[in-house]
Design a protein around this ligand. Sequence first.
Ligand SMILES: Nc1ncnc2c1ncn2[C@@H]1O[C@H](COP(=O)(O)OP(=O)(O)OP(=O)(O)O)[C@@H](O)[C@H]1O
Length: 681
Amino acid sequence: MPPQPKHQEDSAEDVIMAVDDEVTAKAKNDKSPEVPLVRLDLKNITYAPITRSATSTSNKNAESSRTTILSNITTSISPYQLSAWMGASGSGKTSLLSVAANLYDDPNDITSGEMIINDDAGIVPKRLVGVVWQDDLLLSNLTVEETIYFSARLKTGCHVPDEQVRQNVQNVMEELGLLHVRNSLIGSSTSGQRGISGGERKRVAVASELVVRPSLLLLDEPTSGLDATTAWSLIVTLRDLARQGGLAIAVVIHQPRTEIFNMFDHLLLLNHGHMVYDGPPKQLRNYLESIPSVTPLPPETGIADWLMDTIKADDDATRDDNGNDDTISTLASHWCQHQKVLTQNDNSHQQQQQQQSTVTFDASSKLSITGDRPRLSRRLSTLKELQKSPKYVSPFRMQLRLLTQRTVKQMRGERLTRTTVLLTFAYTFFSALFWWRLPDNTAYVFQRNSLLFFMLIAQSNGIVTSSISVFQRERTLLRRERSKKLYGVLPFFIAKTLSDMTNNVLLPCLYGAISYYACGFRPAFEHFAKFVLVFYLTMSAAQSMGLFLSVLIPSMSIALILAPPITLFFMIMGGFYIPLQNMNPAVRWLSWLSFAQYGYSAMLVNEFGGRDIPCAHEVGDDQVSVSIGETGQCPLPGDEVLASLGVEGVSTSYWFGVLVLLLLQIAFRVASYGVLRRTNK
Ligand SMILES: Nc1ncnc2c1ncn2[C@@H]1O[C@H](COP(=O)(O)OP(=O)(O)OP(=O)(O)O)[C@@H](O)[C@H]1O
């Protein structure tokens, strides 16, 4: 007999769930706040995105070249249940996951079908969904605890006190066996920085989602790379969370061991984007063995292994008979027939239920309900109620604070890597080696001048390139977290700008400061401070230009190829190689956009402006002829030097250069923000 509502006058959304004794007992002890129950029904979903090459052609062509990845998928993810999605590689499991989580690129990619949330057509509010992808994007310089904490805090409203959030972090680390590595850095295999193991990474990714108890949790191959025991204990944890907390959980899984397979409440089997089975795992064997072409489960063979062999054999048979992959396989067409029967049965069942004024979960969950088990009554909210919430969980100020703290922590390891320290040391060594203690007289004006430009060139290229590579990593994380509505582009951007102002440019400035005294520029502190200021601003303008390039050019390899010639172009526009007055007027105007021009001019003004340069022969250093300052005057007025280098008019003002450098980087940053807002969705 189907379960009855407690009171006859209960609304139609009231749901009675039955769970087993053990789970009920655990649920009573569970102090975590109740999650809103979410049931997601996918009805006849066909997902056909436009392939990347097609988007470059006309819309008409693009439409006709959509690739159908999922055909007519009908399944449910129900509260209190752990569902598994299985299928061979490329069968469409990950695609289905992005459809269910509402994280696909374009709504038009769903060419037919509908999604139902708690009986209302619509999509799940993102704040209720947690997704763990195959490729986690954890920040390498954060510890395990910091990673989970930042994720928790960004997903928790500011009304929840910090102690509570930290307690939740502690609990989830305990649940997932991460306490022993709580202070270990995540690390990164690509940068050779050793960190936690692959299995621990996976658990950190799961913990970062679980910590806020999402109503709907979707995990893409959470057990891949885990040893058998760890995989088993992770699935046990997920099953317990579903049963105790009412979470609706679906995991994409390849070939689980039988003990794991038996833990699933619901199974969806896909093959080449078609459904092959959807229902209770316990009935799978009977169902498959009822198909004449299927070899029965051999003794001593795990059910998941047999399942994958059966799909493979079905694939081979389809290809043999028809010579192409597009033809629907025997298993898929058998399921179509079966589904028709199920739908008819379900319709008549629903009619029966309406007469009795009761509501149940989907067909599969009914199988777990037994009349004499204890019951938990939880209300299934309407979609409208679920949607009632601000766009972002945490307010702007909190997003900004958390993102700034997180970026600072991430940058602490990148600022002082062995490579950056070595590079700075090498450049300082070169500068000192070739320009050590330059005499201050007319014979060395040209060398002073070339050293100033070398300093700019040496550091700018590196800074533009590192700005591009750092942002390309951040971009993917931003896209993923933004699509989950964790924060907006503005707080991310401000946090990044604040971090950029102190990171990446610090070592180059240290290089500039040491070289300044080592090479013997004007000794007064005022000139040293002015040099450091303008050097800093030039470097940060170069960094902002690098950011703009990487925002504009989504492909990192292309951006990295284009960056050096673009930087060099602006360097030439700086006026060292060709004095600006000798430049072709058609391109000369571009020097107004060159950060190098303003930085170089201000440095020249700081070094030569407002003073006379002593004569070489008067100080006994006359082996080099005066090559700058056409009048041959001696002592040489510094303003002559500036004029001969093309520094004229407003450019002779140091503060003009400083102001334009400031404005230039603001312009690059604002433009980057605008482009990012429009494109990085
Ligand atoms: N945007 C897209 N455009 C074109 N083809 C796509 C797109 N996304 C996925 N595919 C293709 O759809 C098929 C299913 O991909 P999907 O990643 O969903 O499979 P999967 O079952 O998760 O595979 P795996 O187990 O190997 O991760 C693959 O052949 C893939 O190349």
